[in-house]
Write a protein that binds this ligand. Structure first.
Ligand SMILES: NC(=O)c1ccc[n+]([C@@H]2O[C@H](COP(=O)([O-])OP(=O)(O)OC[C@H]3O[C@@H](n4cnc5c(N)ncnc54)[C@H](OP(=O)(O)O)[C@@H]3O)[C@@H](O)[C@H]2O)c1
Length: 353
């Protein structure tokens, strides 16, 4: 049931840096306002602590997701994972459910979600969520709301990469829609349930591909992709958007007790290349040099979602289960993150409330 947590839990604040944020709503106010999803830019950017303040793990490139949760008890926690039927989402679901979490696994069709959920041990709930269809995203959120449970972990995992030719959804380039806007919309609808969890964590799948984003970071004047479409540039833009979304979430919802972080899983042998090759990955193909298995690739997102050492740390970017300072000017650009949030609100406005 929602709203059953203690006053202490309700008023807890997540740290995003050494300096606190001023003049913001506390957790109870957010819940009572009924407007958790509608807190506009009321707050000024807060300085973040450097990554030196974030606990480092002993894990690295080859650590598996099973290893990072070995010994953890996730029973009593609910995790929602998008893209649960393949690659990193599937492995994350398998591992978290095995440690006792109730995993709500979403996929593009109910059949895919049901098949994936049925194939793992533990408690799972399959739901359909087509991120390119905002009506479907809202319908998914309504089903999650009907479950009436706090969401302890939201893993914005599903994604597509490098569509060879420009594809659009309602006039917007498709990778930006699926990877960013669909997750933006889903998260916004789920925020009341996320706020209701005592120490909620949001983990957003970014990628080191953020380095391929356009020089401007986000091309707000070319979100259609029509002026200049390059597959990996558009992917990079969407993955930069994922990281900036996480950063802005951490800024807005620290006092609401939500921690949000972005991760790069490594280069992982999954089906992500299917839009380039036109087919799913051959599971018997040898692992290319520098690539991780899905078991290794899922480690960072599961670590950031579940490791007790990271409680309260928010607004960071992780690779190989450790915080990393990203390159370039955009990943830590709070003004860009705020603008992205505002533009995302405009682009999803008809489906936000
Ligand atoms: N693999 C890597 O090397 C790598 C590196 C950096 C970042 N990442 C990120 O990791 C995340 C997971 O990717 P992966 O490697 O596990 O790839 P994957 O095996 O292709 O899995 C992607 C998942 O996203 C789902 N998906 C695709 N389009 C969707 C849509 N329109 N609506 C809802 N779900 C959709 C897929 O569903 P279907 O099976 O039905 O298509 C699948 O469940 C992505 O965000 C990706 O950008 C991966």
């Amino acid at each position: 049931m929602l709203g059953v947590h203690s006053n202490e839990e309700l008023n807890r604040t997540v740290r995003i840096g050494s300096a606190g944020m001023k003049g913001r709503m506390n957790r109870r106010t957010v819940m009572q306002s009924g407007a958790a999803a509608g807190l506009a830019a009321l707050w000024s950017p807060a300085p973040r602590a450097g990554i030196g303040d974030v606990p480092r793990s002993e894990y690295g490139f080859a650590t598996t997701a099973d290893e990072v949760v070995a010994g953890l008890d996730l029973s009593g926690k609910t995790a929602l994972i998008t893209g649960c039927n393949s690659g990193l989402g599937y492995e994350s679901m398998r591992v978290m459910a095995a440690r006792g979490a109730h995993v709500i696994g979403t996929a593009r069709t109910q059949a895919k979600a049901a098949e994936a959920c049925a194939s793992v041990a533990g408690r799972t709930t399959p739901l359909v969520c087509e991120l390119a269809d905002f009506d479907a995203v809202v319908a998914c959120a309504r089903q999650v709301q009907a479950l009436d449970v706090p969401i302890d972990i939201l893993l914005c995992n599903a994604g597509i990469m490098a569509l060879p030719k420009l594809e659009q959804v309602n006039g917007i380039e498709k990778q930006f829609v699926v990877n960013h806007l669909g997750h933006f919309l889903l998260t916004r609808h789920l925020l009341p349930q996320i706020v209701a969890a005592p120490a909620a964590r949001i983990v957003v799948l970014s990628s080191i591909g953020y380095r391929n984003a356009p020089e401007a970071g986000i091309q707000f004047d070319n979100l259609s992709g029509e002026r200049d479409y390059r597959p990996f540039t558009a992917y990079g833009q969407s993955k930069l958007a994922n990281a900036l979304f996480s950063r802005e979430l951490s800024r807005r919802y620290a006092d609401a007790g939500i921690a949000s972080n972005a991760v790069h899983p490594g280069m992982v042998a999954t089906n992500l290349g299917r839009y380039i090759t036109g087919k799913p990955r051959d599971p018997d193909a040898p692992l290319r040099k520098g690539f991780k298995t899905p078991e290794q690739g899922a480690a960072t997102q599961v670590y950031v979602a579940a490791d007790p050492r990271l409680a309260g740390f928010s607004g960071y970017y992780f690779e190989d289960c450790n915080p990393v300072e990203p390159d370039g000017p955009h990943m830590a650009d709070d003004a860009l993150a705020l603008r992205l949030w505002q533009v995302s609100e405009e682009l999803t406005a008809a489906h936000l409330f």
